[in-house]
Design a protein around this ligand. Sequence first.
Ligand code: T4K
Length: 468
Amino acid sequence: MKSSIHDLRIFGGTSLFQNPVHVGHPNLLRKQQLERRLSAVLNSGQLTNHGPQVRKFEERLSELMKVRHAVAVCNATTALQILAKALNLTGEIIMPAFTFIATAHAMDWIGLTPVFADIDPVTHTISPSSVQRCLSANTSAILGVHVWGNLCDVESLQNIADEHAVPLIFDACHAFGSSRAGKFAGQFGRAEVFSLHATKLVHSLEGGVITTNDDDLAARCRRLRNFGITGLTEISDIGINGKMHELSAAAGLHSLEDLPEILAVNRRNRMLWAEQLANTSGLNLQSVPQGQQSNYQYVVGRVDASRFGLTRDQLITVVRAEGLFARSYFVPGCHRSVPYSHHAGAECELTVTEAILQDVLQLPTGLAVEPSIIERAGQLLEFIARNSRAIFEEMLRTPVLDHHPQDPVFFGTVATPPQTANAAIPVAGVDGPLRSHVRHADTVPEPHLTTVSEAAVSAMMHQRSGAQ
Ligand code: T4K
């Protein structure tokens, strides 16, 4: 562990984690068994088109979630589109701005207008009162997102939806295995959509599933998933190819068998993080609201810069260099991302969203994260908190900050042109606290990777001392 701030990698020390610790890593157990399963599928000759693996997977999913129908789809983005088409949605759809960009893209791609509502400060899910304010004559549906495994306030949202006679649907991509008042995600609203992407709790490598208790809606989703074909020579709808293939379904069935272990490990990890951070002032883990069971797929907290002594982005800079690849999430927010920033529908007030985008921090969990990793990471965070003032001052003084050799932010695939001498470094989507720390830079020599929130990290890494 570090005994002085000069042991920190950003000041030339050695990274705490030589092998980086990612926020998420595919949960994958019993690989040989999976290989045998996949090989049996390959030998069966049936590779796709609603084969036995997909049918069995759908059956297992509906049993588990206690819902009448589970419609397996190639990914959740396509599943959201199929669902919206199956409901004949047109015009505006109210959704949170605080979600993975796919939620907005899926709707916009099929001609719907996302209207971004604010979120609840505790659960980070869509705020019913904000939804009320976003309603208009053009609203055709409300789309809640169960962020981080926390379920939305489904009862209040349902009341609003019923009152205005619009369907309520959910993006449940984060919520596999979560429940509210004893009811599993998958049973709420008219329908819900789950992602089975490799980084999700349960996964089919890539994949998605629509769940619903509505027989007609399920039948329509099934038709739309298969080009709208209903018989040998019959085409009833304008459908798409949204089919899940057999290998994917077999991987999904395999993953489902590990669900109890994955949930137990996530719960344990969340508890360990809470223990480790109990004395770290200014870094507060999100708590699960009463009456809910979370799958703890994500461990998230908020960095209160005034108490912690560093902003969230400054903290990310320090820990990523140590190999703890903590992340901000959903930055810059759907409403601030280029395709939507001048959006006609985006007029709702997003005060809570804006605040959370500035300070939310995602920490590693999942099967790959051992207790010893959390213990060391917790000690590191505590050390940083204790020395935050000295670290901040040193960050202002130190000429060149260093980063972790395996950080994809610096060794990725998207290159941006070098900065010119003494130009202010643009930090896309990050204003406020970080801006005050981003100063004019000398030339940044190599092209470096920039994803939106990582631009902040990148900018800080390349700043020079005294160049105000
Ligand atoms: N709605 C919501 C709320 C969602 O979260 C998502 C997807 C969707 C809709 C759409 O669902 P899909 O159409 O994808 O089914 C990832 C995923 O690409 C995305 O599926 C997911 N949400 C989103 C939250 O996360 P990234 O870019 O943030 O993750 P990525 O690729 O950086 O992976 C996270 C970490 O996992 C990395 O640190 C490396 C590690 N990793 C990742 C992969 C894929 C591995 O170790 N191995 C791997 O194979 O988007």
